[in-house]
Design a protein around this ligand. Structure first.
Ligand SMILES: [Zn+2]
Length: 92
């Protein structure tokens, strides 16, 4: 009986792996990076050498991010309207 490990996805790094160009440290985006809030957005600071990697723009500066939110708001509004209509039908 030999325990055989099932083939997992660890043969290639996940998409969201960050690399530090200064010291070569690498880990998933949600792992040990230090998040620093700056005026321009969120910076990912290397836990080993302290270098700032990428700055994720703040919500206000990205139009691409606000679009799904607006779509969600629209959907939520439509949902509330339909609930209100059903309630009106039910309660007379
Ligand atoms: Zn580093």
């Amino acid at each position: 009986m030999t325990p055989t490990a099932p083939p997992t996805a660890d043969t290639h790094p996940p998409k969201s792996t960050l690399f530090c160009q200064d010291c070569g440290h690498q880990s998933p985006v949600d792992d040990d990076w230090i998040l620093v809030a700056t005026a321009r957005g969120t910076a990912y600071r290397c836990p080993q050498c302290g270098a700032d990697l990428t700055i994720r723009p703040a919500l206000a500066t990205t139009s691409a991010r606000s679009q799904p939110f607006e779509a969600w708001q629209h959907l939520r509004h439509a949902w509330c309207d339909s609930v209100r209509a059903w309630r009106a039908m039910y309660l007379g």
